[in-house]
Design a protein around this ligand. Structure first.
Ligand SMILES: Nc1ncnc2c1ncn2[C@@H]1O[C@H](COP(=O)(O)OP(=O)(O)OP(=O)(O)O)[C@@H](O)[C@H]1O
Length: 269
């Protein structure tokens, strides 16, 4: 059943002198518990789309539904994980991850127990009193994942969360995040430039084209890959087959002009 529905979403950025057609007519659905990856050239509107789903920016046209409710009426929490962890450097880890429950005035003893349990699950036991500056990039992203999960979001938006990490840490974190999202049955949308990451982590890939941002093609990930953790999925023969198909499609789309489509207003506007 569809949990998140985007129905003919368009978005234009306006300035005094021009406007940019960032997204045009984007429609797709994400099922409850499904993991979808958005892939496409720089500037095709992937981050804009995530910001629209998160309710951070208002789209110009179209409708978004979460669990059949219009986005602005939905009371469900949406979690956001970004390339940067945005942990507050002046707060220790436990205070950083307890920020969400504190704002929501949740029971602090219960929240602390949950935080300790989650920190344990992501391999960060005993760092509750540490400050972000004393942790590695991978550890900080693990803490950021716990902070995101603390509010028990029904939908998780992941905007290149591993792109600032070294390769080995990135592979480990892909497995960890995939595990946690499976365990807690989250509906997830991942934005990435990494074809391998998209195939290894998701159930379905949506390939976007630029100028204006639109959907070029959708690929279902074979069940054999979806049932494996990302690291093992990368070693499956069907992984390379799908990689080649996606690569060919992206390559084909490279003929498109990647400069943003800036439309100058005519004299009568
Ligand atoms: N605040 C803004 N004002 C005007 N134009 C914007 C703004 N933010 C993004 N754009 C333009 O909208 C288009 C889509 O940008 P967006 O950042 O969503 O793409 P993206 O696919 O996430 O890019 P990347 O992969 O490089 O992160 C681009 O042409 C960009 O220049």
């Amino acid at each position: 059943m569809s949990f998140l529905t985007l129905d003919h979403i368009s978005h234009h950025y306006f300035s005094k002198k021009s406007y940019t057609k960032a997204l045009e007519n984007i429609s797709f659905s994400v099922k409850d518990g499904e993991f979808v990856a958005l892939l496409g050239p720089s500037g095709c509107g992937k981050s804009t789309l995530l910001s629209i789903i998160a309710g951070i920016i208002d789209h110009t046209a179209g409708n978004i539904y979460i669990n059949k409710q219009p986005l602005h009426k939905s009371k469900l929490d949406i979690g956001y994980m970004l390339q940067q962890d945005y942990l507050f450097p002046w707060k220790n880890i436990i205070d950083n991850v307890l920020l969400g429950p504190k704002i929501r005035r949740e029971d602090s003893i219960e929240a602390k127990k949950r935080a300790a349990d989650l920190l344990n699950q992501v391999g960060l036991p005993g760092i509750t009193e540490s400050y972000p500056d004393s942790l590695s990039g991978g550890m900080r992203q693990r803490a950021a994942l716990v902070r995101t999960l603390m509010t028990d979001p029904k939908i998780l938006l992941l905007d290149e969360p591993f792109s600032a990490l070294d390769y080995q840490t990135k592979l480990k974190l892909e497995d960890l995040v995939w595990d946690m999202l499976q365990k807690y049955q989250k509906t997830s949308v991942l934005v990435t430039h990494d074809i391998g990451e998209a195939i290894a982590m998701s159930d379905r890939l949506i390939l976007m084209d630029a100028n204006p941002g639109s959907i070029a093609k959708t690929f279902e990930v074979p069940l054999e890959l979806r049932n494996e953790k990302p690291f093992l999925a990368r070693r499956h023969p069907k992984y390379q087959l799908l990689f080649d198909k996606v690569w060919a499609e992206l390559d084909k789309n490279e003929i498109h002009d990647l400069q943003p489509k800036v439309v100058e207003p005519s004299n009568d506007t």
